[in-house]
Write a protein that binds this ligand. Structure first.
Ligand code: FEO
Length: 423
């Protein structure tokens, strides 16, 4: 059902350039993980040149009827010579199989990494893959007096993603980049309600884990003359579009002030029921601090929500987690922090685990498994200590801190191997 006031008509962005997407105002969860308080939109666009018509992205399959109705109001299927797929996630490719049936002559332009995805996508429909052309930065397709130029912007947020720039109009069709889940039939950013929260929320959950790729993409986009950004979700950015590019650069740029950039940073999180894991954490931190070039931060999770540590975690080189074992598991505040790591890129960071226990002590192994699952390196075995750590055990904690710090600085301890051990 169309949203009030929009019916099934296309919306003009410029003469011969139209929005033909669909609104989904009642969606409350996207991909299970994202909240969508007022729904979302699936933005698709049509660009008409003198010799051809291009369709840029489609919509979620259940909104195909609306999409085709809007598309038919501005183009005939036999005019469509180009289909651009900026991103193949089903919310943008759901209507593609049917579009290919209706416009079989169209050539598909997509990134090289999208080719296998396209084949997989068309498998259930039994459709033979269409003629497709892999493209990369600066490749162009001419529609007659209008050129679509491609920008290779992978991992925003899938390997296949790209952006498409309509040179003559200064319009950037950006896929998920600069998008947000915000449904408003007024469509344009100078007319819709305040969507700043959605924009930031979308970035934090979708783009943030790929911030190096965000900076690469922003570097490609910044030199362009941009009149309008047409993302695949949410408002079309025609008022001060460059502000959104700047905001992406700000968001993707490391924020913490590290006075000595040559230092490696180790953040130690712990929680402690009776003070035993706290003693271990303090000893570990003290051990790590003895290694020159390592800066250690120590946080008791009893004193903070997991969300406030995200920046810290994103920019740390090493993360150590200490938890007691309660009912055979690490405790919830530790899991809260560990689950928040899905929104940042922690691959390759160094991880470590430790904790005091009474009976079984599973927490340390479980934390290590999780760290490895997140693709952190865990080069030093975790440390479990039964109940109250004595002086010797605290020395083991300090030693763990030293080893972790040495791995961070690259001074991996040399092992002494006795000949007897080799015999
Ligand atoms: Fe909007 Fe990644 O799909």
């Amino acid at each position: 059902m169309p949203a009030a006031g929009l019916a099934d008509s296309a919306v003009e962005l410029a003469p011969g350039v139209h929005w033909v997407g669909a609104l989904d105002p009642h969606l409350r969860n996207f991909d299970i993980i994202l909240k969508t308080a007022n729904g979302t939109s699936y933005n698709s666009y049509v660009v008409r040149g003198e010799t051809g018509v291009a369709v840029i992205d489609t919509v979620k399959e259940e909104f195909a009827d609306t999409f085709f109705a809007r598309l038919e109001s501005v183009a005939r299927y036999d005019e469509i010579s180009v289909i651009v797929l900026n991103h193949l996630e089903p919310d943008h490719s759901g209507a593609l199989p049917e579009l290919l049936k209706r416009a079989p002559q169209a050539k598909v332009y997509l990134s090289s990494r999208a080719q296998m995805m396209l084949k997989a996508l068309l498998k259930p429909s039994g459709e033979k893959p269409p003629e497709y052309i892999p493209v990369t930065t600066d490749d162009e397709v001419d529609l007659g007096g209008r050129r679509l130029r491609f920008l290779h912007t992978p991992y925003l947020h899938w390997p296949d993603t790209q952006c498409t720039y309509l040179v003559e109009e200064g319009m950037l069709f950006s896929g998920d980049v600069f998008g947000c889940h915000f449904c408003d039939p007024r469509l344009f950013n100078d007319r819709v309600g305040d969507f700043r929260f959605s924009f930031e929320y979308y970035y934090a959950h979708i783009m943030r884990p790929f911030r190096e790729y965000v900076l690469d993409a922003v570097a490609l986009i910044e030199p362009l003359a941009i009149q309008l950004i047409a993302p695949a979700h949410g408002p079309i950015l025609r008022h001060q579009p460059r502000d959104y590019v700047h905001r992406y650069r700000e968001l993707a740029t490391p924020r913490l002030f590290n006075e000595a950039r040559s230092e490696k940073t180790l953040v130690v999180f712990y929680i402690s029921a009776y003070g035993n894991t706290r003693r271990m954490a303090e000893a570990l931190a003290a051990g790590a601090e003895t290694i020159v070039g390592v800066r250690v931060s120590l946080y008791d999770l009893e004193g903070g929500e997991s969300g406030i540590f995200t920046d810290l975690i994103e920019e740390a080189d090493g993360l150590a987690f200490g938890s007691p074992t309660i009912n055979g598991d690490a405790v919830k505040p530790i899991w809260d922090v560990l689950s928040s790591l899905t929104t940042v890129n922690v691959k390759g960071k160094l991880g470590a685990a430790f904790g005091s226990y009474g009976w079984s002590g599973e927490a340390v192994r479980l934390i290590e498994d999780r760290l490895r699952g997140l693709k952190l390196r865990v080069p030093v075995d975790g440390l479990r200590i039964k109940l109250v750590p004595d002086a010797g055990e605290l020395a083991q904690c300090r030693n763990l801190g030293e080893q972790v710090a040495r791995h961070l600085t690259g001074q991996i301890e040399q092992r002494e191997i006795s000949l007897a051990a080799l015999a």
